[in-house]
Design a protein around this ligand. Structure first.
Ligand code: ATP
Length: 237
């Protein structure tokens, strides 16, 4: 479904991605692991068309996306839920969700998806009329995922959905990610919480200083001594 080949991305002189290659197949849940600054967010922003690679190719469902605009990429169903949530604090929960559906014309489908998101996150249903700013951090993360789902993603890219959340909320978020996977949504999950990510994913890539240091099935990654000592030994439960 998605293939990156030899992607190089720079921030000015900073060489953030140094020829990374990876793929996500339809229906898969693929996780991208790595420490702070490894290049995970940069990779997602490049797929979304927010950053332009200086070299390499991105192919999505047989179409080259390398030079496509973020708008076109969203239209193709590749939707990113950004790190830090970026919800609209002055808008209600309902309005935030509808922002995710802003380019859709199928009003009935939008209503169905609102109900779908509420069934995934019952906590949000009770807060539909409240402004985003009044939500807890966990609820804001649920809303950020809900808003992304309102765009009917074919490929959902989640950037650090567990960041800064209490363990109980992290559990809720990961249960929903698993549920979405079972429902057939293709997911690219960027996480520092390797332990949790490897519990839900099919395959994973390990990024280190802008390069893919390792890739494999979840079992292969878990069995690797370096992954175990660096990313699982000290990872959040
Ligand atoms: P984190 O979990 O902290 O977001 P990450 O793996 O997502 O880490 P990136 O944010 O993609 O890492 O950063 C990759 C590299 O690019 C790092 O060396 C970072 O310092 C650098 N970088 C990121 N954003 C910028 C920017 N706007 N300007 C300059 N350098 C940047």
């Amino acid at each position: 479904m998605l293939k990156l080949e030899g992607i190089h991305v720079y921030y000015g002189e900073v060489h953030a991605l140094k020829g990374i290659a990876f793929e996500v197949r339809e229906g898969e849940l693929v996780t991208m692991l790595g420490a702070n600054g490894a290049g995970k967010s940069t990779a997602l922003m490049t797929i979304s068309g927010i950053l332009r690679p200086r070299a390499g190719r991105i192919v999505y469902e047989g179409q080259e996306l390398t030079k496509a605009s973020p708008y076109d990429i969203v239209k193709l169903g590749a939707i990113q839920c950004p790190e830090g949530r970026h919800i609209f604090g002055g808008l209600t929960v309902r309005e935030n969700m509808l922002m995710g559906a802003v380019r859709r014309q199928d009003r009935r489908g939008v209503q169905e998806d609102l109900a779908w998101v509420c069934s995934l996150f019952p906590a949000l249903e009770q807060r539909m009329g409240q402004t985003g700013a009044t939500l807890s951090g966990g609820e804001q993360q649920m809303l950020a995922i809900g808003r992304a789902l309102m765009a009917r993603p074919r490929l959902l890219m989640l950037d650090e959905p567990s960041l800064g959340l209490a363990p109980l909320i992290v559990q809720v978020i990961f249960e929903v990610i698993s549920q979405l996977h079972r429902q057939g949504v293709t997911i690219l999950l960027v996480e520092q919480n390797a332990r949790k990510a490897l519990q839900v994913a099919d395959r994973g890539y390990l990024l280190e200083t802008g390069r893919v240091a390792m890739s494999g099935s979840v079992a292969e990654l878990r069995a690797d001594p370096q992954v175990e000592s660096t990313y699982l030994g000290g990872a959040r439960a």
